[in-house]
Design a protein around this ligand. Sequence first.
Ligand code: ZN
Ligand code: ZN
Ligand code: ZN
Length: 385
Amino acid sequence: MRVFNCDHCGHLVFFDSVQCLHCGSALAFLPDVLTMAALVPAPQDGADLWRRRGARGSADHSGRLYRMCRNHTEHQACNFAVPANDYTELCVSCRQTRATPDLAEAAHRGRWMQTEAAKRRLYYGLARLGLEPALGRAGPVFELLAEVPGGPPVLTGHHGGTITLNVAEADDDERARRRIALGEPYRTLIGHLRHESGHFYWDQLVRDGGRSDDFRRVFGDERQDYAAALQAHYAKGNDLGDWADHHVSAYASAHPWEDWAETWAHYLHMIDLLETSASYATEVTVPGIYGAQHSRAVDPFATPAPDFDTMLRHLVPLTLLLNSLTRSLGQLDAYPFALAEQALAKLRFVHEVVRAAGAAAAEVAAAPPPPAPVVSSAIKKLAKR
Ligand SMILES: [Zn+2]
Ligand SMILES: [Zn+2]
Ligand SMILES: [Zn+2]
C-alpha cells in the first residue's frame, strides 16, 4: 500500500492514522477517493459532519461533506469516512460485516477491531484493482465470529458470498499455535481475508465470468470431490511431496479451489508489496560475485500499467531485501515463499483475470450514470442486504 501525507501540513501519515502527529488535524480515509485527508468539523442541522481542511493557507472548497463511520464514533474502531449523502452510518468496509462477536466482552472487541483493520486493508487493495463492491456488483458479506464455550466451532471459510472468520485468528498465541500445528510458514489476518476473498471472486470472475475451461487448464479440474480432497490433504500430515514445484503453498495443493484462493491471496500480497515499494521509490541492488543486479521499484498502478514480468522482476530482489532485513532483527522471514515456474504461471493467470475485471469496472465507471429511479431502487436493495 502507498504511504500517505497529511494534506494539510504534508507530514507522512499512515492508512490507520486518525490524527496527524505534526499539525494535529483529525484524519480519516476517504474511500470515495481512496486517500487520507485532514478534516475539520462542519456541523449541519445537528449532524456531525466534516469537510476536508485543505492545504495550509488554503481551504478545500470542494464542498464535499463526510460523516465519521459509526464504528469510529461508537468504538474508535474505524478511520474510514462516509460521504454525508450515503445511505448508511457505516463506512463501505464496516457495512460488509453482518455479524460480530459479543462486543460487550473486551477480548472479543479487541479481536474484532484488529479484524476490521485488516478488512479495511483488504478493501483498499481490492478497490485499487477496481474490484470494490459497486452498484450492480455485490461485494462479500462478512461474519466475524468468536467461539463460545459449549457452542459450535467457528470455521473460517467462504460460502455463497459470505466470508466467515474466526476472530481467534487475531490472537498472536492462537494464530501461532495453528500456524505450527498446520506447518504453515505464513499465517496472518490479512492473509486469511485475502484468501477467502479469492473464493468469492472465483465465483464472480471465473465461474460466472466464462473462464472455467481456462482455469482448469492452469489449476486443474475443480469438479473433483472437495470434501474428499481436503480430507486426503490433511491425512498426509507433513508428508506433502513435491507441492513446491506446482503451488504457492502446501495448502494450495489440497484442491484447485484452494490453489486459486492461495494464489489470489499471493497476488494481493504482491501488489501491496510493490505499491509500498514504489511509494518509497525503493531501489534494490543484489550483490553477486559476477556483478550486481539492480532493480527499481515498479508501481503496479502506474500508467501505462506494468506487465506481469516487469512486476516480477522487482518482486524477487525486493523480497530478498525484505527477508534480509527481518533476519537482521531476529525475526522470521516476512516473505517465506519461493515460487516455482508452475506457481508463477498460476499467479500470471490471476493477474490476467484481475486486469480484465479492473478494465471492465473502469468502463462501467466511465459510462453515463443510469437514470435516477434505477439508482434509488438499487440502493434500497443494497440497504436491505
Ligand atoms: Zn498534518
Ligand atoms: Zn467503518
Ligand atoms: Zn480456502
